[in-house]
Design a protein around this ligand. Structure first.
Ligand code: AMP
Ligand code: FE
Ligand code: FE
Ligand code: ZN
Length: 275
């Protein structure tokens, strides 16, 4: 029986700081009975998490966080319950990760043109074997003393609209959702409270998104209530979690604080049984 489920967690397979096994142990200590590892464009942490989860009695639901393009905006989509060995799915993730490396190189090129002497090697070292992203670039900038702190790196250089910003590969929401559903999974709009307009939200509902991430640290109680209303109005599913990354960004107390219920996870399963 699932009591508390946190379906949004990152590991060293993307921009998180814990290994999947360590994260499962910490989740257990935080009182969670089910989790999903949702690394950006990677399913590399799932098998390890599941193996440790089985020994501890923590259910590990298959997950990933994808990026899709809506206009010039980068929108995050969480996918759950798909077959993480589906070859078409894996091929797409590999392409997205390759394009992330190319983009990191372009960002470093722009920084160098701005007289910020960051080397791509120090960024790739931060990413290790995981999907490289702007958080690795921000951490490399801080560690090399090229910027004051993590947030300043985004505000000065790599945030949306800043001089070293570069887009990721552009994937349409429909294509991403199609890829997820053909691998047997469900798609959710991630953290809509972080600058997703009502127009974008409605567009995704029209495109056939299965649910909304209702519970997220960036959502006030009013926002949570608002998205719960949208979920029931459009017969969608509700997801939620902590978006835990560890390290400088989250402390461990966050684990166990943001969760959905076993009943909400059950509704996801029932929706798939109907498919
Ligand atoms: P990427 O997937 O490489 O585009 O990196 C996106 C991640 O960078 C997001 O999930 C956030 O964690 C972080 N991020 C994006 N914009 C900002 C910002 N303005 N300030 C701090 N962190 C940010
Ligand atoms: Fe992240
Ligand atoms: Fe996200
Ligand atoms: Zn996330």
């Amino acid at each position: 029986m699932i009591d508390r489920a946190d379906l949004h967690l990152h590991t060293i397979h993307s921009d998180g700081t814990l290994s999947p096994g360590e994260l499962v142990r910490r989740a257990k200590a935080g009182g969670l009975s089910a989790i999903s590892i949702t690394d950006h464009d990677s399913v590399g942490g799932i098998d390890e998490a599941r193996a440790v989860g089985e020994t501890l009695g923590v259910e590990v639901i298959t997950g990933v966080e994808l990026s899709v393009s809506v206009g010039d905006q980068d929108v995050h989509v969480l996918a759950y319950f798909f077959d993480h060995r589906n070859q078409n799915f894996l091929d797409h993730l590999e392409l997205y990760r390759y394009e992330r490396v190319k983009r990191a190189e372009r960002i470093v090129g722009k920084l160098n043109n701005l007289n910020v002497p960051l080397r791509i090697e120090s960024v790739m070292e931060k990413a290790g074997n995981g999907s490289v992203g702007r958080p690795h670039i921000a951490n490399a900038l801080v560690d090399e003393g090229l910027t004051g702190n993590y947030n300043e790196a985004f505000m000065k250089y790599i945030g949306f609209g800043r001089p070293a910003y570069e887009r990721k590969i552009q994937v349409s929401p429909r294509d991403a959702m199609e890829m997820v559903s053909s691998a047997g999974g469900l798609s959710f709009l991630a953290h809509p409270g972080t600058s997703i307009s009502e127009e974008v939200l409605m567009g995704l509902i029209r495109d056939g998104i299965d649910g909304i991430e209702v519970v997220h640290p960036s959502h006030s109680d009013e926002r949570v209530a608002f998205y719960r209303g949208t979920v029931s109005e459009y017969f969608l599913l509700a997801s939620g979690g902590s978006d835990f990354h560890g390290g400088r960004r989250n402390d461990l107390q966050v684990l166990g604080k943001y969760h959905i219920s076993g009943e909400e996870v059950g509704m996801m399963r029932r929706r798939l049984d109907l498919a």
